[in-house]
Design a protein. Sequence first.
Length: 72
Amino acid sequence: MDDNHTGIAPNYTKACIVMFGVNLTWILVAIWAIWGLIAAMLLGIGLNHLIERGKVWAAERQAASIRRGKSF
């Protein structure tokens, strides 16, 4: 009998996304309380821009990978 069977790892993607939102919220609220609404808004805008650029970078990497003949 094989007692060393390892199970399937659980998928924590949704939990990760929820906790990212929770952490982002309290950090923005703390920045708002310390430095004001303008600082929190600028940080939020900067993060949004960085996330959007990340999508562009990922698309560029995927296109370069396809050009090299590797499926991504």
